[in-house]
Design a protein around this ligand. Sequence first.
Ligand code: MTE
Length: 303
Amino acid sequence: MLIRRAPEVPSSEITPESLYLDRRSFMAAASFAALDLAAPSLGRARARRVRDDEKPTSYASITHYNNYYEFGTGKEDPSENAGGFKTRPWKVEIAGEVAKPGHYDLDDILKGQTIEERVYRHRCVEGWSMVIPWSGFPLRNLITRVQPTSRARFVEFTTLYDPARMPEQRGGVLPWPYVEGLRMDEALHPLTLLVTGLYGRPLPNQNGAPLRIHVPWKYGFKSGKALVRIRFTADQPANTWNVVAPNEYGFYANVNPTVDHPRWSQSRERRIGEFLRRPTLMFNGYADQVASLYAGMDLRRNF
Ligand code: MTE
């Protein structure tokens, strides 16, 4: 479902949220594997589902409750201020320890990628969470295409720096540009997604268009938006929030209900759209798929 080879979805094909949810309940009745084989019209549809009782957060909330400090620090600022941000043409620099560095046009990167839908939990370090039907493709597909060298142990992600287009970059609320990083095995993990859309529509600017990452077992700040550079490094790269407040935000930032933020507990979260807070799950509920990456590591020290 909702598979697009091209980055843009024609408006005639945009799925209203109500229909989308109906289709979801239909999908819930069948196993995805069986559906894939039984319904060739669905093409190469694949999806990672969260539990069936987890309804996606509304499109309105996903697009009006954002953290994107380049466009303001209030939750509604990005939806108000990012509307006119131009996302084409768009180049992504592939740099560092890699056999095929260069300035790639985003549309060339997207060519040949199968865009799949992934419904992922999204947990912010601030204590709120959402369930988001992203579309995109595994970061590993791009990584294997550009061929990192054997020295590459980490990947750094850099957001656009352009104060003329990103108003808050004229001030000093954060050091710019926003940077983030992953260890190579995290970047290659099949759950790690390069995101180009949500709810079957092109990615709204406030959610990081034209290209953002989502690492569903980590706090949201690991997922940089409007990426212009992906750099392979031998050493652990800096990450913006860790530079700003190293005692509060680590490099790993794995969702962990047993390790509190110094100023608040991480044991519970408020799912946007729900009244009662719910328990936060280890690795945001993806432990069966990612816990082995951290075997033997002290997650209190490596927070
Ligand atoms: N990327 C950039 N460039 N600037 C930001 O301020 N905020 C981060 C992350 N990526 C941020 C960013 C934080 S704190 C979170 S929780 C997520 O984006 C929010 O993503 P969303 O607005 O799509 O929910």
